[in-house]
Design a protein around this ligand. Sequence first.
Ligand code: ATP
Length: 204
Amino acid sequence: MKRGLAVLLGGTFDPVHIGHLRAAQAARAALGVEAVTLVLSARPPHRSAMASAQHRWHMLRLAVADEAGLEASDIELQRHGPSYAIDTMRAFAAPDSSVVWLLGSDSLAAFREWRDVEAFPRCGHIAVLARPHAALGGLPGFRPAREPACLRERAAGCLLTLDAPMLDVSATDVRGRLERGEDASHLLKPTVWHYIWRHGLYRA
Ligand code: ATP
């Protein structure tokens, strides 16, 4: 039986930028799914956020509003306590479909520190967005998948590297530009850019 896939890109989205959107769209095409869901890490356990969870959520909603095939989830905003990805994966799991958690290759090292990381291979798959032909190591407990179709054959535990180009943009870079009063509009959706200005976010 070919399983359905619920594809999730979790992030602090502080703020959401075109790198996130391009990555989600590339994953959508590569995995052949109708939608990718961007999940706001409302209370990230391993870091702090500059903008409030409510601001980040509004920006995320604006960013996906006119993006065909992208959705936003506030499941971690609704949940109490720190935003653990493993809880979200369990919440999206269904008998006939598997969860795929998307990770930028820059997040791979941090992933190994996530809560209940040893339970991840039982809860879903991981797909890594890497720079083309980047050499990436494996993850304990996951078996390498040769192609996207493999993710539909098993319920969980596959690690797929997507040959999707990562844009050279990060939220750290965007915040730095805004703090210095520099232009960052080319790195953001126009609606997100306007929101940031209207609310005076990320200014020094
Ligand atoms: P920061 O610079 O504040 O750490 P970030 O830009 O990495 O933020 P996050 O919200 O932390 O954004 O990232 C959410 C997810 O998106 C992570 O898996 C991250 O690796 C991935 N990601 C971030 N930027 C890119 C990009 N340019 N291309 C592909 N994936 C990305």
